[in-house]
Each structure stands twice: as C-alpha cells, then as structure tokens.
Write a new protein. Sequence first.
Lengths: 543, 347
Amino acid sequence: MSESTIIEFSNVTYTYPDMGTPVFEELSLSIPEGSFTLVIGPSGSGKSTLLRCLNGLVPHFTGGAIRGRIRVAGRDPVALGPRGMSDCVGFVFQDPEAQFVIGEVEEELAFAMENMGLPEIVMRRRIEEVLDQLNIAPLRRRRISTLSGGERQRVAIGAALTLQPQILVLDEPTSQLDPQAAEEVLTYLQKLNQDLGLTIVLAEHRLERVLQYADQVLYLPGNGQPPAYGTPREVMAHAELAPPLVALGRALGWEPLPLTIKEGRRFIRGVGKREIEVAQAGEGSHLRPSPPVIEMEGVWFAYNGQEALRGVNLTIRAGEIVALMGRNGSGKTTLLKNLVGLLRPQEGRIKLFGEDIRHRQTQEIARRVGYVPQDPNALLFADSVREEVIFTRRSHGLPLGEPLDVLRRLNLESLADAYPRDLSTGERQRIALAAIIAAEPQVLLLDEPTRGMDYLQKRALASFLREQKRRGRTTVIATHDVELVAQVADRIVLLGDGEVVVDGPPREVMTDSLVFAPQVNKLLRDPRFLTVEDVLKAGIRSL
Amino acid sequence: MYHPIAWLLWLAAAIVPALATRNPLYLAILLLETAILYLALGTRSPLATSWGLFLRAGLLLWAITFVFDALTAHYGATTLFSLPRRWPMIGGRITLEAAVFGATSGLALATLLLVFATFNALVDHHRLLRLVPPSLYQVGLVISIAMTFVPHTAASLKDIREAQAVRGHRFRGLRDLLPLFMPLVTSGLERAIQLAEAMEARGIGRTAPPTQASSRLHKLALSAATLVCCIGLFGYSYSTMGRWPMLGLIASGLALLFLTLHRMGRGASRTRYRRELWRRCDTIVAVASGAALAAFLTLLALSPEALAYPVYPRVTWPPFEPLVGLALLPLVVPAFASGHRLTRNLP
C-alpha cells in the first residue's frame, strides 16, 4: 500500500446470500488520502454495497461471501466489523430519519463518543467544534424531529465526525433533499474536505449536483463490466450516465470535456454574440384549449392551524403535463392530496372533470385520478409485482385483464415475478407507478417520482409521461428535479409558502431563474434551449 | 423545564396523598393543583394533548367506580332506594354511604391518574432517561428507541392507509387488513435494521468485549434472579407460609438482578455526556416537594387517622385539618418557581 492510499481493494469479489452472480468481481481499487471521491453507476450496480464494505456493514450485516483483501486506513473492515471501524470511518445514510438513536441534536453528537468511552471534557470540546464546523450550533437543543431535511443531514454528518474519522462515507445523502438543502450539505462536505483534509466517499445519482465538488470519480457500470476510476474528466468521457452538460459536450465534441457551467461557457464564448440559426420548434400545439380537468378555486388548507395552502387557484386542462415546484414545505404534497380527497380543503372548491369532489370518497375519486405517493414503500405489500397490479384492479372492481400490459408500458415486464421489497428505490418507484396506472386513471398525480432513479430510469419515465400525453391524459408532477421538468413539462406552477407564485411555460419560468434553470439553459442562457435534445434537434453541430 | 430529579421528587410527593386519602376535600385541592400546573406549564410541551386524554380517562374511571360501588356495596345506614332482591349483585338496598364511598374512591383513582398525567406532560422524557444508571444503560436505550419508534409507526400507518385508499382499497373485513399490515411490518423491520446499522456504525457496544465465560455467567445469574423473583411473587400470593419469607425471597432476587446488571455495566467503559444543569428554580421545586413528602410521611406515621375519611356506618361531612391542607400547598410551587425563563427552544 503506497503512502497516500487510504482505501485499497485488491481482487475483491462479493456475492449477496441467495444470489447467483456477484455484485462485483475481482474489484481492485485504491483511493488516495484526502480525495473527494464520487461513486456513480446505474441503480443496482453495487454503489451502496461498495460503500458498506468500507466500514464492514457488508458482510457483517448482510452475510454473503466475500473474497479478496480490503484495507481501510490500514485496517481490515471485514475482520473488525462496523464497530471496530467506527472511529476511522464515519457513515451517513440515505434516509435522514432512520439513523438517529436518541432524538436530541447534542446527545446524538455525543452518542458515538460515549460508546468509545471518551472522557466528558473531550466530548464537550469536540461537540462545540463540530457544531461550529457544520454551522448547527443554533440547533443544539432541538429535537431531530423538528429539523428540516438539510439540517438533519448536517447533524448526521456531525454525529459521524465527532470521533474524528479519517474517512467520511455518505450513501446518497442528498437524495431526499430539495436542491437548496442539497447544495447546503454538499458545500459543507467540500469545506470539510478542503479544510481538514478529510477523505470523502459519496454515492449519488444526480450528477449535475455533485460532479463539480468531486476530484475523483468511481464509475460502476454494473452487469459485470469493469469499473473505471479516475478524475471526473477521464471517467465522464466514457460513462454511460452523464449529466446534461457532459452529454452536450460529448455530442458536440468539446475538448477538454466541461464539468461545470463555468468551463462550458468557454466554448460558448467563442461564438460571441453570433445568432444561432435555429428553426423555431413547433411550439404552442394547443391551438384549441382542451377542456379543464382540474379546477381549484380559492383553496385553503391548514394542518392544525398551520397554513399549507393559501387561496390556490389553478386550472389544469386535459393532456397537460404540469410540474409543481417549490422548496420543501411549500405545499406541493398538500395540494396533490387535496386533489384526491385524502385531505379536504377548509375553504374553496375543487372540481374534477367539472364536478365538485366535496362529497366524493377518495376511493371513488381514485378511479379517475391516480396518485402515486412519495414513499413507494407505503404501497407495496404483495409477493410479486404482478400481484400488486392485480390488487389495484380488483380493489377498483375492474376486470383483471393482463397485468403484463401495464408492466410493459413501464419496461417492468422482466420484474413481474420479483418481490417488490427486494428491488432498488428507483425500481420500487416505478412499480408503485405501475400499481396506480393499473386502474387506467385519466389524471396522474406524481409526488417526487424520480427519487433514487438513475438517468436511464428517468429517461424511461419521461418517455412514459409523453406517451400518456399522447393518449390525452393529464399529469401533475410535484418534483425538485429540474432536468425532468425541462424534458417533459408543458407548464410550471411554482408554489411558495402555499401560494402560487409563478404559473407559466417552462421556457419562461426556467430561463430567468437562479434555482430552477436546467444545466443546458444555464449554459446557453437562451429560452429556446432547456435540454440537450433541444440543442441537437435545432441542428447545431458545433457552436 | 425543571430538572427531572426535581420532577421525580414532585411526583413522589404528589402520589403519597393521592394514595393515602379518600377525603374529597384534600383530593380536590390536589386535583386543582395539578390543573394549575398543567395550565401554567404544560400547554407548551409536546405531550400537552395527552393531558386531555388522561382527563377524559379519569372521568370515565371515576364514573365506573362510582356506579359500581354505589350499586354493589349495600352497606350503610342511609337507604336511598331498594332494588328487587332477586337481581344478582345489584339487588338490595342502595345506600348513600355506598354512593359516597364510590364517589370518593373514584376521585382518588382519578386524582392519581391526573398526577401521573401532569408529570407525563411536564417532564422531558429524554432527560428522564438520562438518569438511568449506567448499569441499566441498555434498558434505557431500548426505551428511548421505542419512544421514537412509536410516533414513527403511527405516521407510517397513516401513509399506508392513504396509499391503499388511492388504490381503491376499502376496509370490509379482516382479510382487508393485509394491505395495511404488511407494509407496516416490513417498513418497521427495515427501519429497525437501518437503525441497527447506524448504531453499529457509530460504535455501539464497542468498549464491552465480554469474554464468553463471564457473559454466560451473567446470563445464568439473570435467569436465576428472575426465577427467584417469580417464586417469591407466587409464594406471596398463594403460599400459607406467611408473607415475610416470601418478601425476603423477592428482595434477594431483586438484589441479585441489580448486582448482575451492575457488573455487566461495569464491563463497558462507556462514558456519559451530561449537560444537565441544576438551577435555582430546581432547588425551589425540590425543596418544596421534599417538604410536602416529609410532611405526609410524618403524618402517616404519627396519626394516619388525620387523612382517613370513614363513611360507614353513617356518612358525615368530610373533616378538614388545616395542617393537611398546608402540607398540600407546596405541590403547586412548580407553577410559579421559574418565572419566564422556562422557554425551551421549541420550533
């Protein structure tokens, strides 16, 4: 092991129990000390498994067969297990909720040190330091349950740091956060990496968020193909998963490949102010406005006196794809739940297909309006994916039909007999979607559908939504995912503090926004271009 | 809020009169005091809503006790009316004495319940758990996890109900429970595993590498202690040997239990992080509660009849000893001890 290497895998093969094929085979890898390594790969390619090897959670919690040699900070995690590695590897999990033990910020921070048997004087000093490093001092006496997602993840990072580990491992720490909160967490990680020389290993799907912070990328393609490890530029030149900026750069042959908007703009600057000749895309296909499907008139809703919707007026027409955006807590989920009757407005009126739903039961509304909740786990209970589809049709009293037809529309037919709970988050999301569209609803309401999805799964979702539109069906998506919205939405409704702040077509809303502009638009600053396809379709081969 | 030790003292001081007297005047004072405490401090606490539930439960308990005693006792000099003799249980004279006895017993029970309710709404449970001695650390940890687990499970049940409702699921019979029950159980298990992983990753149990032999010894000792306790309890209830030997058996079982747990705890060189501060207002509450407790214990030892309120054979107006009333007064001190400095960082 060379002096600067802190993590070393030599010829590691790991197989989960009851699985025929190994997750990775003969994996060899060395990660230098003080680096910020981003682990990427399609879902199910073994990112989490790899991270869990670093502190011995694999194989200590999972079982299975492991071969080869792993050294982390000179120790053997396979022999020592997570307990023995706890003082040199800090671990932060995906779900900000499920990793807290005690419930109060300061005591959570002390928990690992107590386990270590550190004297109280040391604990006090380190807690003060960590509180300052992550800027969570004002939260010290709060209950975890009262914190926002971003604050929770910062506390989780703090709790991992109090033992002063050499390595911090994070498994999709921002997947449940809104863009602002994610940015906040990532900025602190970068600071820890640069100021303290802490080695960081982080897995993430949303590359457009994190690529700029990493100095090394590990790409796990899955399906038995060999992984790639190197600088972001080297790896991204070939990786199948690419954020829009990289995809555009590759399509237009930009060298060196841009990874940040700043780098990308260098290629644009060469063009100067020259007009880009583009055939105007056929916009405004709705010459005749279709009939309204959803009408909300002055809808107010409050949870125990806390106002979540404040006089929302909104009309959505048949065949529209509407994106509902806004920070966490702005009322997106509340609005969707009001539409299916899970919550009832305290004031105002909601009409579906021209009919007031005040006296309609949820089960009745759900025949025509499909709602896919944020957490697919709340939905799935059957032994196979096929049975989930059958259950919905039976509950609605519909003829059972052929469940495979529904699954085929989402490219899930290969999973028809799988046990839903065994699948990855992204796959569970799509199965939950399949279970809802099994009733063939006219309107589809999706709450954060892209959580845990990789680029390929997202592309599949986008094409499914376009297909829905072609059938004249209506979709409302509550999401933080700017790139998905840029690809599919006809309209963006931006909520702020329970009110509709902006309502308009993506090209208008996204172009002059700091937060909601997709990468391609940030790069070109031209309302005509939101996605890579927009640029390529316009016939631009070089700029 | 006050230090949990101060609250525990208050609880002890308030339980004793609630258990020792049936005199409605004293009980009414105590009830009034718990209500003042709750109104002064409790409405800000996260468990405030539970107080109302306890209040309703207390009323129900009172009503049941009252009706039951009044209809079934049949003793006493003042007959109100008679029910036909052939009615089982309730047939016979219904007396004023029995009704009063039922009403005061019910009041005592309801008061006890509300004392607990007030303690429950006002004390910080997490801070209370920090008082668990290191040797019982694991027990404390389990309770603390359970306390976060329960609200989480309730929230996830709500999510699941909603999710199945939008799939058109209606609850008609037991079979329809499956779609609600299965996700709840699997989510709960998944969460438990995740929590276990998080705890391991943060080094739980790291400093206690128990040797095989000693851990076997501990298990053996724990089983023996539990067995001795059970035999003692059983004997206490059913044996004719007299109570004292059995009480001795229970005590020795408990002693063995604590000794073993203490030894097990000593093996782990875990440390505690305590930020608990003892403030002047805590002293005030503790001193006041201690004084009340001492007064009642002295009273019980010297003249227990001062607290008694005999209704049989003929009911009389309950006596009122000013000294007893005075001893009850310190229990309301927590409502005023702190001034305005109690505000915790609530969201």
